[in-house]
Design a protein around this ligand. Structure first.
Ligand code: APR
Length: 314
């Protein structure tokens, strides 16, 4: 059986992190693609030279040509600009939309059977645009945000309770922005409902930090945005697909009436991720407060999407 092929479009901070993690996991051969001359080739060669000590049999290569996408089973897109201090994800909209259009057409033409995982921000708009540009079925175009946001919340809960993060399960729904919704009743520690271990006030404080976690890292780094945990999160999604794990992951998925949302909108919801991509969407019961917050988040996504629709019509 031939090895799987994973293409990383954008070989910057997140792309490079993913290449290393994918090599460690040996999920398939990796091609890094970027417009920066020599950079994807250099990163691929650098990791290749460490293969005997990782150790791994994964083959890595780099290219400045989108035809290197050919035959990819998974394409993970981080091409675009990252946030700078003081810049919101939405400020990135204009620049990154142009990049997603270019990359989307290249994926459509070179890798028509691939699962496409979009990471570029503002995520909910970029994944929506990617689906429109490629024309791929909605189950094959998905956005990475909820895995990261849920992991961030789980980390903060674990630190607060002084327990291992691997025992904490957390659920963050909605758009990947300031309006994301952390669900108190859905969090647990080794199967124990979180409300038995933490009061709501504390949870709300951690939820607020989660919604601002990307900005917290931007302010610390000063030269870019988070990349280790985003890279790990996107690889986690690719792994679920490549190994047909049927993992329940919160992803930006296209909604078709689920959660009362229509119009092809992408929003962060729990999905089953397996060999068919997004195999189904799971609807979680929300209380009145969570539902209201989710609706606010959907409105924020709608604003972004109507901007994309306007651009595409023009
Ligand atoms: N095709 C291919 N690569 C491109 C293109 C393009 N049209 N335009 C830009 N790139 C490349 C850049 O050359 C750069 O190497 O995308 C890469 C982005 O890498 P970084 O600037 O290091 O950004 P990173 O931290 O990896 O984040 C990428 O993910 O989380 C989001 O907000 C973040 O939108 C940003 C994206």
């Amino acid at each position: 059986m031939a090895r799987k092929k994973i293409a990383l479009v954008g070989a910057g901070q997140i792309g490079g992190t993913m290449a290393l993690v994918l090599a460690q996991k040996q999920l398939g051969d990796v091609v890094l693609i970027d417009i920066a001359e020599g950079m994807p080739q250099g990163k691929a060669l650098d990791i290749q030279e460490g293969r005997s000590v990782i150790p791994t049999a994964t083959h890595l290569s780099g290219s400045n040509d989108y035809t290197a996408l050919a035959g990819s089973d998974v394409v993970i897109v981080t091409a675009g600009l990252p946030r700078k201090p003081g810049m919101s994800r939405d400020d990135l909209l204009d620049i990154n939309f142009g990049i997603i259009q270019k990359v989307g057409l290249a994926i459509r033409d070179n890798a028509p059977d691939a699962l496409v995982i979009v990471v570029t921000n503002p995520l909910d708009a970029m994944v929506y645009a990617m689906q429109k540009v490629t024309g791929f079925a909605a189950n094959k175009v998905v956005g990475m945000a909820g895995v990261l946001d849920s992991s961030r919340l789980a980390c903060f809960i674990a630190d607060e309770l002084d327990v291992s993060a691997e025992d904490v399960r957390a659920l963050v729904l909605g758009g990947h922005g300031d309006t994301m919704v952390s669900v108190f009743s859905a969090a647990s520690v080794a199967g124990i409902p979180l409300p038995e271990m933490m009061d709501k006030e504390t949870f709300d404080r951690l939820a607020k930090r989660t919604a601002q976690a990307g900005g917290e890292i931007v302010a610390l780094l000063k030269t870019g945005s988070a990349f280790y945990s985003p890279g790990l999160s996107a690889v986690h999604m690719a792994e679920a697909y490549l190994l047909d794990k049927k993992s329940v992951l919160t992803c930006a998925a296209q909604l078709d009436g689920e959660y009362g949302v229509t119009g092809g909108l992408y929003c962060g919801v729990p999905v089953v991720m397996g060999a068919n991509g997004v195999e189904r969407i799971i609807e979680v019961g929300l209380n009145a407060e969570e539902r209201a917050a989710f609706d606010v988040s959907v409105e924020a996504v709608k604003d972004l999407v109507s901007w994309v629709d306007g651009k595409m019509a023009g």
